[in-house]
Design a protein around this ligand. Structure first.
Ligand SMILES: *Cc1c(COP(=O)(O)O)cnc(C)c1O
Length: 394
């Protein structure tokens, strides 16, 4: 009863932009969450693909507690050591040369779009148009919305940033058809997450890269959801050896600390953002950078990516049995530990029912049950998830 009142009050106090699930979470431990009534939930949502190392990781928490006592804000007018450690680790893991730390994924997209426009501006090549993908998701700010390929997200806020055209994901001809002497960049997710878990076709990715090289356009890859080991590669593009010119990261890079980043190659940096072109008061602060550095250190020490490759085939196999068993579960799509089950029953009802069974999963697109668990799950957690999900499917 008390909970009901609290939830009602939260709904009345916050701008009504979310229909929240009826649960008040209190704390987390490993791959489990606990609500204020002490109920336990197996977490296959990870705060939307964020908490890759799970909850209450002692080493990470200790690093953050130490940093809180030392220094947590100073602005980008000064140097700090955590930003050095975070940048060293992130450029190494991403194989990119230069990084700019932001406060979110959306801001990483904003920065990437500006970086691409500035590159074209410096080269005086007259290019400013951007090709984005249908069904894409890149965030909710005016710039990020402008390249997000779902009309109902965009329409209430138009006119947005101009010069954006939408191609069909995994359809190279549709990209080719949109290229003009004004195109400066192509932006896409390396695996579409929110749109419904669509892995990229390797030939499409390499085809787009080739078009970019031939036409002096930049390839911007959004790895905000699919990066950081989730697909079984540190960054999803590494599976195909198609390096972006600019890459966006966020979600798991701070394991829940609000931090994102966009990174670029030296070739781009030479013509792109210069002092005064871009900035952020909070971005790249010592606290979030301590998180990024420690998260990446743990990834390496614990071989998180190797672990994803060990567990993922088991998850895929178990999910495939559901596709065989239930008529209304039609397909599985995904890579590594980002998996989707396409269902013909209302997905929202299944997700809600799963919660009452003690399992958090989320939806993607209009008909996909999305599973993006912490990357540290074990086979026993997969078994437990299947058991709970099957109850929710009834
Ligand atoms: C979540 C997400 C974003 C936006 O990130 P925020 O941190 O919510 O601003 C952008 N692109 C993709 C692919 C995402 O999954």
């Amino acid at each position: 009863m008390n909970n009901q009142n609290e939830m009602k009050e939260i709904d009345e106090l916050l701008v009504h932009t979310y229909n929240r699930f009826p649960v008040i979470f209190d704390h987390g431990e490993g791959v489990y969450l606990y609500d204020t009534d002490g109920h336990k939930y197996l977490d296959f949502a990870a705060g939307i693909a964020v908490s890759s190392l799970g909850y209450h990781n002692e080493e990470l928490n200790d690093a953050l507690k130490n940093q809180i006592d030392q220094l947590w804000h100073i602005s980008n007018l000064y140097y700090t050591e955590p930003v050095l450690h975070a940048a060293q680790q992130l450029t190494k893991a991403s194989q990119m040369d230069r990084v700019f730390f932001t406060n979110s994924g959306t801001e990483a997209i904003e920065g990437a779009l500006k970086a691409a426009r500035k590159y074209a501006y410096s080269k005086k090549n007259g290019r400013y148009e951007i090709i984005a993908m249908e069904k894409s998701f890149h965030g909710r700010s005016m710039g990020a919305l402008s390249v997000t390929g779902t009309a109902h997200y965009r329409e209430p806020f138009e006119p947005l940033v101009g010069g954006v055209k939408f191609a069909e994901y995994n359809n190279l001809e549709s990209v080719k058809a949109l290229i003009s002497e004004k195109t400066c960049a192509v932006i896409m997710e390396t695996l579409q997450g929110e749109g419904g878990i669509y892995p990229i076709d390797p030939d499409f990715l390499s085809g787009v890269k080739k078009l970019c090289e031939e036409n002096d356009m930049l390839l911007i890859l959004d790895e905000i959801q699919c990066g950081m080991g989730r697909t079984g590669w540190m960054f999803a593009w590494q599976a195909y050896r198609v390096q972006p010119d600019i890459m966006c990261m966020a979600k798991a890079i701070g394991n829940g600390m609000p931090v994102g980043a966009f990174a670029m190659t030296e070739a781009v940096a030479a013509y792109s953002l210069a002092p005064g072109d871009h900035g952020t008061t909070y971005g790249g602060g010592p606290l979030v950078c301590a998180a990024v550095a420690k998260v990446l250190e743990i990834y390496e020490k614990k071989d998180i990516v190797g672990h994803v490759n060990e567990i993922a085939p088991y998850l895929e196999e178990k999910l495939d049995t559901l596709v065989e068993k239930y008529d209304f579960v039609t397909t599985r799509r995904g890579k590594g530990l980002i998996q989707g089950l396409v269902v013909t029953k209302p997905v929202g009802d299944i997700v809600k029912k799963a919660l009452t069974e003690g399992l958090t999963v989320i939806s993607a697109g209009s008909d996909v049950i999305r599973m993006v668990p912490p990357l540290v799950i074990e086979k026993e957690h997969v078994d437990e998830m299947i058991e709970k999900l099957e109850k929710a499917l009834q």
